[in-house]
Design a protein around this ligand. Sequence first.
Ligand code: FAD
Length: 406
Amino acid sequence: MTHIVIAGAGHAGSAVAAALRQYGFDGQLTLVGEEQVLPYQRPPLSKGWLLGEVEQDDIALRPAAFYDEQKVALQLGRRIKRLERQAQTLHFDAGPALHYDRLVIATGSCPVCPPIPGADNDGVLMLRSVRDAARLKAALRPGARLVVIGGGYIGLEVAASARQLGASVTVVERAPRVLARVAHAELSAFLTRVHTERGVRIETNRCVARIDAVGGAVRQVTLDDGRVLPCDLVLVGVGGRPNDGLARAAGLDCDDGIVVDLQARTSDPHIYAIGDVTRRPLPLYERMARLESVPNATEQARQVACAITGRPAPAPEVPWQWSDQYDMKIQIAGHPYDADEVVRRTPAGDANALALFHFRGERLLAVEAVNAPAEFMAGRQLIARRAGLDKQKLSDVSLTMKQLIN
Ligand code: FAD
């Protein structure tokens, strides 16, 4: 009986187990992960879970009964140390090795920490796992003083949650604006305004030069211009890197992530890889990219399940992701690579609504939408069709998106 082992029990790992059974794989299936808990959703860790709106049980991706019923053997709390491709075997820190016929690597990514003196003190946190989030939650009391290093999506989400929990928050960003790598300047300005109105202090063009602690507890950070910010807690959110060490050591093709094709195949015919750990083709944009998003993890899970069960490869999806901050739902479809024009549409009736449409020539490449679900949905459809829409009429909000795309 074919034995498929899934290495990494996160979003992608859990999704591929479900998709394989759904598509009729009836062989042996083992899901291995280093965390002790059932696979869970990470997005709430910086949002609803941190705010206390959802509990630990609510964020499990699937109930324990699912794995029993679907005959998915769980091996949790086991860290894979080495992949031996010749023998098709995984080795662990402890316990017996595991043989596979097919391996799906879904080990995700991890946050990076810049080499700041003092960053190893207690009270300097990063956010990836429910354990990290529990430490953050415990420290975010009303009146706590938080410094967030990095104005990316996770940093801004934590800033928003922390303000709602009554903490005072300063975001320190090295670039001239927040979200500099991932959003248009207008969206950065828009979110800077909203955060500032809610009491977040944002310091751009600034780095943290040093973090000082007393008895292991953080007391202050010093910025590169010499200013000192007293604080109780520092969250580092400057980006992530793929957990591709096992694959690199085993000689799989890697390039800041395990290189895969549209069936999530690696350079070894017995091994697939999915989720944050991969560098994958984006056919709509004719390039390779590493995406860190839930929709990407689930799309690639379906690709593997189709490949293994002999179904045709699913049509490539438009990459998308979301972020929740205060009462704003931010939804992003596509990528504005090489865009040469941005058209703004301001949906009526909500001061915190905005949609930015990115074009190259007549073709729509991406939409950044804040509280603008119709714009996001319509944009996503047009991007998939490699189509465009009338730019002149787009900013006329008396016309609905439905009218504009038909
Ligand atoms: P993961 O879910 O990280 O799973 C990988 C698993 O593999 C982990 O459990 C890890 O411990 C395990 N593992 C790694 N190495 C080993 C090893 N050697 N042995 C055994 N196990 C191992 N995306 C969105 O689209 N929208 C959002 O709003 C959003 N918000 C986010 C907020 C936070 C705080 C975080 C951290 C992420 C957020 N993301 C969001 C990103 C999203 O969660 C990831 O893209 C998604 O989890 C990727 O799934 P994955 O399975 O590739 O990785």
